[in-house]
Design a binder for this molecule. Structure first.
Ligand SMILES: [Zn+2]
Length: 75
């Protein structure tokens, strides 16, 4: 379990490196949720995602989907 801290330099276009594209997908999804939860009164006060608002749960669902989808590409 190494901390993969790969970063895409330059524009976030889909490059020819599928691994980092998959990583960027779930990282972006997580950031979307995180930024929403930080500014959302409901999500901010909820102890868990399930206590957040509908939008927060939807964003979290997208993050989980992206993680599952990305993980499936790993052998
Ligand atoms: Zn929210």
């Amino acid at each position: 379990m190494g901390a993969a801290t790969r970063q895409l330099d330059g524009p976030a276009d889909h490059g020819s490196w599928p691994v980092s594209v998959a990583e960027a997908d779930w990282q972006r999804a997580y950031r979307l949720w995180f930024e929403h939860a930080r500014g959302c009164e409901v999500c901010k006060r909820g102890a868990t995602v399930a206590q957040g608002c509908d939008e927060g749960q939807e964003l979290w669902g997208g993050y989980r989907l992206a993680r599952v989808g990305g993980g499936r590409q790993w052998p």
